[in-house]
Design a protein around this ligand. Structure first.
Ligand code: NAD
Length: 468
């Protein structure tokens, strides 16, 4: 339910900030690559000097291990910043295009111009990188920006607000903290672009609001990302890659493998290898996983109840726990949990899990596995674990997904050269590197006549023109 707007962010304050930014947008549009890079470098050096603060707030929000802050948050932001600094001058140059013979005497190019006023709405699961990565791209493209962090990670949201207030005048970049009520108020305004990261359900709300102003949107959404493990996969390596991809950030990663489709002949060895690898990761000294300092928590009690509900319902309907299963409600703690004997009808196979529970389904024939994948919405990620080129190609040719990694998980987010994002229910538009720069830019086509005039096409039309 949408609550009332908090006193601290009345609608007037939002409108005033928007108006001030709209007024300033034309000046931002005139900034050079050097001026934009200077702004981005402010963010870069702030992050470097505040690394421990960033780690602390995310620990306070959901006990995110400091190593995971470095791996999942700061490495991604630093990589994006370095890539922009290296390439922005080039991206801002007019992109020359070929001219067809029929248009001889003209020349054409694409000019990337800023969209103008942009709104970035972020989720809680990677509360720093999913706010700051799009921000640096929006600045690179020459926009003014309003940021709306998630209310579920208030410590991080607060730190981001302090950082932005320190680094930018409010008419360039500003932050509005708050919940859906604040988002709703922001979404009423005629932004030139909205970059939203979150659930497909809220993505629909954002797109409907954007439609009122014909505002363009980038929607980075989620869903159920499958991982297929065929009979040729290297089981030991696959177990490690899946365990890490599933359990980093406690399974609260948009591209985490949501469920496994494993060839029947390798199911038992895979489950055994995953038991061993999970134990080695989170209980190397035999202590309970709950005591591991490498394991985050579910973000809050509401989400804990939701994930536990998925697990309990599945078990009640006949699923069996092959590893883990222990929980501690007081601490929003849930062990990494492998589930067997799962059926399509169970809620755990109908909703995005977004927690440390991994259903293991089996298949006999690859076409059956593909039917399971294709009977659902197109996923944000599809993982293939196989040493067979033929099987890999067969799967790629017969499925669709935002991104695919073959023989690993999550790494697609780390390569700034790869377009990152979903397709249909898992998202619209792509981010990372140049793809983000493009999302925040209008690709304006510019044609210039240099000589000649096409008088022969003017009326009265001759037979020659009529036969063109
Ligand atoms: P969410 O959709 O609940 O919230 C995202 C943002 O939208 C928050 O800032 C929230 O305050 C705001 N919001 C919530 N309700 C709203 C409403 N009715 N109107 C307007 N704004 C509203 O998502 P979440 O729980 O923060 O994040 C989890 C989801 O995000 C998962 O589905 C996950 O897969 C997805 N996700 C996707 C990516 C990606 O890059 N594709 C990355 C991270 C998370």
């Amino acid at each position: 339910m949408i609550t009332a707007l908090p006193q601290t962010t009345p609608r007037d304050a939002i409108q005033a900030a928007f108006d001030a930014q709209r007024k300033h947008a034309p000046q931002m549009a005139l900034t050079t690559a050097e001026q934009r890079i200077e702004r981005i470098k402010r963010i870069q050096s702030w992050i470097t000097t505040h690394e421990t603060d960033i780690q602390r707030v995310m620990y306070d929000d959901f006990r995110k291990p400091s190593a995971e802050v470095m791996l999942g948050e700061l490495m991604a932001v630093h990589a994006e910043i370095k890539h922009i600094i290296k390439n922005l001058r080039q991206w801002m140059l007019p992109q020359r295009l070929p001219t067809p013979l029929s248009l001889v005497g003209t020349k054409s190019h694409i000019r990337h111009e800023p969209k103008g006023n942009v709104l970035i709405i972020a989720p809680w699961n990677y509360p720093f990188s999913l706010m700051i990565k799009p921000l640096v791209s929006a600045i690179a493209a020459g926009n003014v920006v309003i940021l709306k962090p998630s209310e579920m990670t208030p410590h991080t949201a607060n730190l981001v607000r302090e950082m932005i207030a320190e680094l930018f005048p409010a008419n360039e970049v500003t932050v509005f903290e708050g919940d859906a009520a604040v988002s709703t108020a922001l979404l009423e305004l005629p932004f030139n672009h909205i970059f939203f990261t979150g659930s497909p359900a809220v993505g629909r709300i954002v797109m409907a609001a954007a439609a009122k102003h014909l505002t363009s949107v980038t929607l980075e959404l989620g869903g159920k990302s499958p991982a297929i493990v065929d009979e040729t996969a290297n089981i030991k390596e696959t177990a490690g890659r899946l365990a890490w991809g599933k359990c980093i950030n406690n399974g609260q990663t948009c591209i985490a493998p949501d469920y496994l489709l494993v060839h029947r002949s390798v199911k038992e060895p895979l489950i055994q290898a995953m038991r061993e690898t999970l134990t080695a990761m989170y209980s190397p000294d035999g202590k309970p996983i709950e005591q591991s300092d490498s394991y985050a928590r579910i973000v809050n009690s509401k989400h804990f109840e939701r994930v536990k509900g998925l697990l309990d319902d599945a078990v009640q309907q006949g699923a069996t726990v092959a590893f883990g299963g222990n929980t501690n409600e007081a601490d929003n703690f849930m062990e990494p949990t492998l589930l067997e004997n799962v059926t399509d009808e169970m809620r755990v196979m109908q909703e995005e899990i977004f927690g440390p529970v991994l259903p293991v389904l089996t298949y006999e024939n690859l076409d059956d596995a593909l039917r399971t994948v294709n009977s659902r919405e197109k996923p944000l990620a599809l993982y293939i674990h196989s040493r067979s080129r033929q099987n890999t190609q067969y799967i790629l040719d017969r499925t669709s997904a935002g991104d695919t990694v073959i023989n690993d998980t999550l790494l697609q987010f780390g390569n700034v050269e790869l377009p990152f994002g979903g397709v249909n229910n898992s998202g619209l538009g792509k981010s990372n590197g140049f793809f983000s720069f493009q999302e925040f830019s209008n690709q304006r086509g510019v044609m210039q006549r240099e000589f000649g005039t096409m008088k022969f096409i003017y009326p009265p039309y001759t037979d020659k023109v009529k036969k063109l």
